[in-house]
Write a new protein. Structure first.
Length: 100
């Protein structure tokens, strides 16, 4: 049977897959380091160094990714709802007089 999606060589496909894995890894590492740095700036009395916080965030990312798409979407919806509710509370105190 002829596979209609086979449009490149295996070497090219492996190279693309390796680049995707590198992209995913670097994005998660930068995100975890940024989150840990932000947290250490907000809570200066953390009982661990920033790099341990980055590792903790990476472990959380890994667990959420391994839970599957449905569970990851539920967690993302919960975080989004938290941010939207916080935005609504903060924007309720802004009046048009204070903007100008």
């Amino acid at each position: 049977m002829h596979d209609s999606l086979n449009v490149s060589t295996k070497t090219f496909a492996l190279f693309g897959a390796a680049l995707l894995l590198l992209d995913f890894s670097s994005t998660s590492i930068v995100s975890a380091a940024t989150a840990a740095t932000y947290l250490s700036g907000e809570v200066p009395s953390l009982p661990f160094p920033t790099w341990i916080g980055a590792v903790i965030v990476l472990v959380i990312f890994t667990v959420v990714s391994l839970m599957g798409v449905r569970e990851s979407a539920r967690i993302a919806l919960a975080v989004l709802s938290l941010h939207v509710s916080d935005f609504d509370e903060n924007s309720a105190h802004v009046s048009p007089k204070n903007i100008a």
